[in-house]
Design a protein around this ligand. Structure first.
Ligand code: SF4
Ligand code: SF4
Ligand code: SF4
Length: 296
């Protein structure tokens, strides 16, 4: 008889097609695992599972085909390995991110540190609806942040330094969005087309293009699944402290005001989105702008 410890009710424990077994999903913040954690997971998969590990779309790994009677001891081994049981139900699930400026030359922000901080503050919190968070270091959006309930994208807006442009057109060649034109011998930015990817910043041979800094575009209400939907642009924020504050306010809003059984994206259709945005951004004046030309 299975001892009821509550572990089998955790979101990361998923009953399989053969309901005598379950798959156990782990918590892997920012999708990074050390060699020691990987070796530990391999041993755990051998000891409790079917001898293999499944890699999920949300940067976690799962141990398939576990006997539910062994969940309690498995949970202890996973926790000792620093890969505890994860989350999948109406909770805040694994926080996903791309390599960001730790490794990617296109990145505008440190995604990994921010993802870990958000995970530490929010992971596993029970919610009326599932909340997925995804971060990308630039508008290339490799982790599809706008298809998550909360998306964060690193951006940099180019600014031409007055008087120094020679009109050589190098920056125009770099831009994949056709957002730069040469007019009257100088470069002119089309702010509607510019995605604020920052690629052009390194292109100017005269160092004429600058940026006012790295920023964070926050989106809400995206989703994948049966009826995918692109999230709405909520705000452009200047620093990671403010991003954490706003994400916590979104989570708090969802916890207190959203109702279960209906995806957040649908609920944002039902309420006035402007009212939601005003409430979440209360006290933050200049961030209530639309951000770069990423279609939403
Ligand atoms: S989203 Fe941008 S920063 Fe992140 S991996 Fe992709 S190209 Fe690099
Ligand atoms: S930031 Fe990106 S999209 Fe904007 S002008 Fe520069 S290269 Fe083009
Ligand atoms: S690369 Fe620099 S100098 Fe050349 S057009 Fe662009 S901003 Fe002007």
């Amino acid at each position: 008889m299975i001892k009821d410890t509550g572990i089998h009710m955790k979101g990361g424990v998923i009953t399989e097609l053969d309901y005598d077994f379950c798959t156990v999903r782990t918590r892997v913040p920012a999708g990074n695992l050390t060699p020691a954690q990987l070796r530990g997971l391999a041993d755990i998969a051998d000891a409790y599972g079917k001898g293999y590990i499944h890699v999920t779309t949300r940067q976690t790994v799962e141990i398939p085909h576990v006997d539910p009677a062994r969940l309690e001891v498995l949970a202890r081994d996973l926790a000792s390995n620093n890969t505890p049981i994860g989350s999948e139900k109406d909770e805040i699930v694994n926080v996903v991110c791309c390599p960001g400026n730790e490794r990617c030359k296109y990145a505008n922000i440190d995604t990994i540190t921010l993802a870990r901080e958000l995970d530490a503050r929010l992971f596993g919190r029970e919610m009326p609806v599932k909340i997925r968070i995804s971060l990308s270091g630039c508008p290339n959006a490799c982790t599809s942040p706008m298809l998550n309930e909360i998306g964060i994208i690193g951006i940099r807006e180019p600014i031409r330094t007055a008087g120094l442009c020679t009109g050589c057109g190098t920056c125009m060649e770099y831009c994949r969005e056709d957002a730069i034109r040469i007019r009257n011998g100088i470069s002119v930015l089309d702010t509607e087309r510019c995605m604020k990817c920052g690629n052009c910043l390194i292109s100017c041979p005269f160092g004429t293009l600058k940026t006012k800094g790295r920023q964070y575009l926050v989106t809400v209400g995206g989703r994948r699944g049966r009826h995918p939907k692109v999230g709405r642009k909520l705000a452009v924020l200047d620093d990671d402290t403010t991003v954490i504050e706003i994400v916590e306010k979104i989570v708090q809003w969802v916890y207190r005001r959203a109702w279960s059984g209906r995806l957040l994206s649908d609920q944002l259709d039902d309420i006035r989105f402007d009212a939601f945005r005003d409430e979440v951004l209360a006290g933050l004046e200049k961030q209530k702008e639309d951000g770069p030309g990423i279609s939403a």
